[in-house]
Design a protein around this ligand. Structure first.
Ligand code: SAM
Ligand code: SF4
Length: 326
């Protein structure tokens, strides 16, 4: 399906919950979160129906996210449903990895194609101060287990934070040295609590990595469906990637849209523009009526983010990263 700027949209990120078992300092507050009521969250049947409609419009790749998607019961059931949809190319998952090990078998059985695991530190103490929870060893075991499945594409995602984990970026990148995985560094976006932190830009990170790892050579390899670009370090099995929404804005080639846990179709991460699909679902709209809502909202997808400017359309605190799905 095409948006109003003729961009081909074939990737849907689906947030299945706003709940999480961690409290990353740049994402979720410790307390005082007003959770979405359970009855307001789409059921797996509702998500499946919407995904069928999206697939009929040309969406091929589905990414399940949260909050933390693995805290939602029976997630493999949803994955299995999405894999069966005509036109589906991939169903992948973004997770903090804490519950990965115990769910991996069922996820693989459901047909999961890839997993992105968020990891901002390799040190148990700093992991716990970044996430305010235990879970480091479980996450590391989840990564090891995931690597035992050659058909599963494994990527690690790290958000570099100046003065907090910048001393660990080389060690994190080195995980790609002898493992079949990519390590990606995500520039902190000024969304939700991310506004409270200084971001580290790609060039600054590359400079820091090259001091230890030698020159990083850009590669043209496409390793997924998203906006990451990749580098090769001498002697590394895996790649080092960057998702640099701030210093290398990629909106021009944006191929993605989002579905929030409460069924809101969101056409751009930064803005509240979109449409409630849950309303259509629950008042009994036909597939073609829902399709029309999607197509209309898509035509209003913004040209790009404007992180450096304030905008009336910008999402406020009510749609923080954990309720948008990252
Ligand atoms: N709980 C899952 C996880 O942590 O992977 C999925 C949801 S989480 C919101 C998705 C990704 O968004 C994580 O990699 C997280 O580090 C990232 N993230 C959260 N807030 C961010 C921000 N302000 N800027 C950039 N990335 C952010
Ligand atoms: Fe939870 Fe992911 Fe947000 Fe961390 S980044 S608090 S794991 S949703």
């Amino acid at each position: 399906m095409k948006d109003g700027f003729n961009r081909e949209i074939d990737y849907l990120r689906i947030s299945v919950t706003d709940r999480c078992n961690l409290r990353c300092i740049y994402c979720m507050p410790q307390e005082g979160i007003s959770w979405i009521d359970h009855q307001e969250i789409l059921t797996y049947e509702e998500i499946e129906r919407l995904c069928r409609i999206f697939a009929s419009l040309g969406v091929k790749n589905f990414k399940i996210t949260g909050g933390e998607p693995l805290v939602r019961k029976d997630l493999p059931v949803l994955i299995k449903k999405l894999k069966k949809i005509n036109g589906t190319k991939s169903v992948t998952l973004t997770t903090n990895g804490v519950l990965l090990e115990e769910n991996l078998e069922a996820l693989m059985e459901a047909g999961l194609d890839g997993v992105n695991i968020s990891l901002d530190s390799l040190n148990k103490e700093s992991y716990e101060s970044l996430t305010s929870r235990e879970g480091f060893h479980k996450t590391m075991r989840g990564i090891e287990e995931a690597l035992k499945h050659p058909s599963l594409k494994v990527k690690l995602n790290c958000v570099p934070l100046k003065g907090i984990n910048d001393n660990e970026l080389v060690a994190l990148a080195r995980l790609a040295e002898d493992k079949a995985l990519s390590v990606r560094f995500i520039e902190m976006m000024p969304i939700g609590f991310g506004k409270n932190f200084d971001f580290m830009g790609e060039e600054e990170i590359i400079e820091l990595l090259e001091k230890e790892l030698g020159p990083l050579k850009a590669t043209e390899e496409a390793l997924g469906n998203g906006p990451a670009h990749y580098y090769r370090a001498e002697g590394f099995m895996g790649r080092i990637g960057f998702i640099s929404a701030r210093t290398h804005k990629f909106c021009e080639s944006c191929n993605r849209v989002r579905l929030t846990a409460e069924g809101y179709f969101k056409t751009c991460l930064q803005y509240s523009l979109g449409a409630s699909l849950k309303e259509g679902l629950r008042r009994g709209d036909s597939d073609s009526e829902i399709e029309a809502i999607i197509v209309k909202a898509l035509l209003e997808k913004p040209k790009g983010h404007e992180f450096d400017k304030d905008s009336d359309l910008q999402d406020g605190e009510d749609r923080r990263m954990f309720s948008i799905g990252g």
